[in-house]
Design a protein around this ligand. Structure first.
Ligand code: PEP
Ligand code: MN
Length: 337
């Protein structure tokens, strides 16, 4: 349930209600809107009576939240969450693009790519230093050395560094270098990892598991939010279906459905979603037309030589064209890029 405070409720009244919620054995999460404060009460609500809270001074009303995800829900927070990142933000009227190689390969390529994607209009730089590879005999990433190169690329460009963290034991290390922690599709239901990044004061980009449904995706976000980290972005990266002409199937319909259900920014990853460089630009346009707040795109200076995911990586010129055409679509749907 949520406790909706009256417009003008005093800080004392709000603090009193936070304590009342704790006394009931629930954890309160305060959400400060532009007009009023809302307290989401999270925990096992069985046997808890809303009347006990409704009589509190400064309380307007107590409303049950129907969705299983609470803090992520639009019912709890109607205004969109806007997350500042690098040279822009995600979740507001501007659409933001994060771009870069699948993996950091060497210092020269990451800095060259960072400069080029910044020039083309990206706000963040992607690149994995820890890579979740299906085949244990393939390149696994440069680990801390890769993180150092990403930090150098940030220093050279101002782009935010978005990079994956694969396990709880890597969280402190990755958080020291990254501006945004990526949780990969294969870890979307690694609940210990979700809880661990929920304790970090950095935005999290949560990718949808390739076999996870809509509600499981939002409940994974709820794990992070319920630990206190409110800066969570959702990323649709394609799911497994019977279809074989693309690497995964990217369901564009999830974008407006998520935007209805949650206030969190919604991004799309047409690179993994299609697995095909020739489809990345048109699918990017579709995602923005459907209301995506941002994109994460694999860009490589020479995709033919990419160590990982070359087939879905676009080169710098193609990225420039992608930004130009996505900008037109963004403008057509009342946004900017
Ligand atoms: C990636 O972004 O390179 C990646 C491995 O993504 P996903 O977790 O969506 O497969
Ligand atoms: Mn990749």
């Amino acid at each position: 349930m949520i406790v909706v405070m009256k417009p003008g409720a005093t800080p004392e009244q709000i603090h009193h209600m936070l304590q009342r919620v704790r006394d009931m054995g629930l954890s309160p999460h305060m959400i400060q809107g532009t007009e009023r404060t809302v307290i989401a009460c999270v925990g096992d609500e069985r046997m808890k009576t809303p009347e006990q809270l409704a009589v509190g001074s400064g309380v307007d009303k107590v409303i049950p939240v129907l969705a299983r995800y609470k803090i992520a829900s639009r019912e709890v927070k109607a205004e969109p969450t806007v997350i500042d990142l690098g040279l822009g933000s995600l979740g507001g009227t501007r659409v933001g693009i994060i771009a870069g190689p699948c993996t950091v390969e060497n210092r020269k390529m990451i800095i060259e790519t960072a400069r080029a994607v910044k020039e083309a209009g990206a706000i963040g730089l992607r690149g994995g230093a820890f890579k979740p590879r299906t085949d244990p005999y393939t390149f696994q990433g440069l680990a801390e050395e890769g993180l150092e190169m990403l930090a150098e690329a940030r220093a050279a460009t101002g782009l935010a560094v978005v990079t994956e963290v694969m396990s709880c034991s890597q969280v402190d290390l990755v958080a020291r270098y990254a501006d945004c922690l990526q949780i990969g599709a294969r870890n979307m239901q690694n609940f210990n990892l979700l809880a661990a990044v929920g304790e970090v004061d950095k935005p999290v980009l949560l990718k949808r598991g390739m076999s996870a449904d809509f509600e499981e995706f939002l409940l994974a976000a709820e794990y992070i939010l319920s630990r206190g980290n409110k800066r969570v972005m959702l990323c649709e990266r394609g799911i497994r279906t019977f279809e074989q002409h693309t690497r995964f199937s990217l369901p564009v319909a999830i974008v407006p459905a998520l935007k209805q259900a949650t206030h969190l920014p919604v991004l799309c990853d047409p690179s993994h979603g299609t697995g095909r460089a020739d489809l990345v630009e048109p699918v990017s346009r579709a995602c923005i037309a459907a209301g995506a707040d941002g994109l994460i795109i694999e860009v490589h200076p020479n995709p033919e030589e990419a160590l990982v995911d070359g087939a879905q990586s676009i080169d710098i010129d193609a990225f420039r064209r992608l930004v130009a055409s996505c900008r037109k679509v963004a403008e057509a749907v009342g946004r900017s890029l």
